[in-house]
Design a protein around this ligand. Structure first.
Ligand code: NAD
Length: 486
């Protein structure tokens, strides 16, 4: 049985505790690896390795030298593309086309794009008058923040982890990454890439484990961690924020969502059905930007529900390696229990189940996997738990609306504010509605179309701060002003 180890100071290590936990395949619940769990000692060693790397060779590199190393990381990920695809598929069970076309290429891009941002970002300067008439000049410089704690989820593990590690390293920081206990593979593999391209030891570290009373908590509570970037559930973000308040450490949070899709009757109907179908069901609904609430203008409501039902029923469950399959399981049995509890709750709350609502019939070798059917409901009040709470599964509730004002109010009636997707051919309406929906990211006639230079993050309980392009620099650097009197 393979042992997945921590990566500390450029070395793979099981640690002193000898504690391990199982990683099970979502496809059939078989144990595919054991993972070394980092205790306080291992987390402390990783943080100290990161701190000493800051003061060593890494801290002395010029921006150009760092940028070249990060291009090297991106190229090495591309060279080892198949290894990353295989590692991510083993952890998540998702179809290979999603890995190949989205998640793994984005991992490489995260290093290239932020290397370019850092290389090209200008610094600001302000000339000012002084009472003696001689004047002064202010200019700002950016310094790395220090050791960054990076705590990650399991739903797109490599893409979301490198989205933080790329800019953190580009800015000259060092990192200690705590991947999700459900997806330990790719973060560990990235250690080999770092060593292969000559990233100095201690710049990139990985500690494995869980949240409370484990590696996640030990890392976020460690006093030598200067800032914490976290993607995951809003509830976990609250716990990490408490830990970060000790020592006034900065946080960047990308949290949960309960995103609305809005379809007007004048939209390109087929494109809207395709777009909402992707946003509700891609990655088995385990996408933070996914749509779990759909609002459709009443004129086309019945036709839209019928068309989305066809899409939901067309998925083909199976292994990522099965050329006839295009649909994977949820991440774990535990998560499946959560999603199925919402499927039951929807019925108790009085939903009409348009399709799905249960588990698919699977062949014997996959019968123990975390499979659930894509599910569509109608007929629930907005107060229903299924309409208010993030489920993080392949499901959505569809509700009719009659006016622009009404749908904006419905879309905003949530504690979350991550993203929305609006479908209309009326340009003025697109601008009006986009301006009024209280979210960090709005797509019009598209979904998940990402330019990595743009600000990414959520409002309300969906996050704190923005990452992406120069916005990432706000978090990963400390800006200092220098004022020179003439
Ligand atoms: P989670 O919050 O359960 O876990 C995320 C990470 O935090 C894991 O590594 C976990 O071990 C760790 N953790 C848990 N408790 C901790 C604690 N007390 N202290 C320190 N670390 C702790 O989230 P998840 O189930 O892995 O991911 C799904 C969630 O992530 C969903 O809510 C989804 O919306 C959200 N998400 C958001 C974005 C975004 O960009 N906004 C992107 C992807 C996922």
């Amino acid at each position: 049985m393979r042992l997945i180890e921590n990566f500390i100071g450029g070395e793979y290590t099981a640690g002193l505790s000898g504690k391990t936990f199982e990683k099970r395949s979502p496809l059939d619940n078989s144990v595919i690896a054991r993972v070394a769990e980092a205790g306080k000692t291992e987390v402390d060693a990783a943080v100290r390795a990161a701190r000493s790397a800051l003061n060593g060779e890494w801290g002395g590199l010029t921006t150009d030298q760092r940028v070249e190393l990060l291009y090297g990381v991106a190229n090495e990920i591309t060279r080892r593309f198949e290894d990353f695809v295989a590692a991510e598929m083993a952890d998540t069970g998702q179809p290979s086309h999603v890995m190949r076309h989205v998640f793994i290429p984005r991992g490489a891009a995260n290093f290239k794009v932020f290397a370019d941002v850092v290389k090209n970002v200008p610094s600001e300067s302000f000339q000012m008058a002084t009472p003696d008439g001689r004047g002064a000049m202010n200019y700002s410089v950016r310094n790395p923040k220090g050791v960054i704690g990076v705590v990650c989820p399991w739903n797109a593990p490599f893409m979301l982890m490198t989205w933080k590690v790329g800019p953190a390293l580009a800015c000259g920081n060092t990192v200690v990454v705590k991947p999700s206990e459900e997806s330990p593979h790719t973060a560990t593999l990235l250690g080999e890439v770092m060593n292969a391209v000559g990233i100095p030891k201690g710049v990139y570290n990985v500690v494995h484990g869980f949240g409370p009373d484990s590696a996640g908590e030990f890392l976020t509570q460690h006093p030598l961690v200067d800032a914490i970037t976290f993607t995951g559930e809003t509830r976990t973000g609250a716990a990490i924020m408490k830990a970060a308040s000790e020592g006034m450490r900065d946080v960047s949070f990308e949290l949960g969502g309960k995103n609305a899709g809005i379809v007007f009757a004048d939209a390109d109907f087929d494109a809207a059905v395709e777009g909402i179908s992707r946003s509700a069901f891609l990655n088995s609904g385990q996408v933070c930007l996914g749509t779990e609430r759909v609002y459709v203008e009443r004129l086309i409501f019945d036709k839209f529900v019928a068309a989305l039902k066809v899409k939901a029923e067309a998925v083909k469950f199976g292994r990522p390696t099965d050329p006839n399959a295009n649909y994977g399981p949820l991440i774990s049995q535990e998560h499946r229990q959560k999603v199925l509890s919402y499927y039951r709750k929807a019925v108790e709350e009085g939903a009409t189940v348009v399709t799905g609502g249960g588990v698919p019939d699977m062949p014997a070798d996959l019968a123990e996997g975390a499979w659930v059917q894509p599910t569509i409901w109608t007929g629930l009040p907005e107060t229903a738990a299924v309409v208010q709470e993030e489920i993080f599964g392949p499901c959505c509730h569809i509700c009719p609306f009659d006016s622009e004002d009404e749908v904006v109010n419905l879309a905003n009636d949530t504690d979350y504010g991550l993203s929305t997707t609006i479908w209309t051919n009326d340009l003025s309406r697109a601008h009006r509605v986009a301006a009024r929906v209280d979210v960090g990211i709005t797509w019009v006639n598209s979904w998940f179309l990402r330019d990595l230079r743009t600000p990414f993050g959520g409002s309300k309980q969906s996050g704190i701060g923005r990452e992406g392009g120069v916005h990432s620099l706000e978090f990963y650097t400390e800006t200092r002003n220098i004022c020179i009197k003439f």
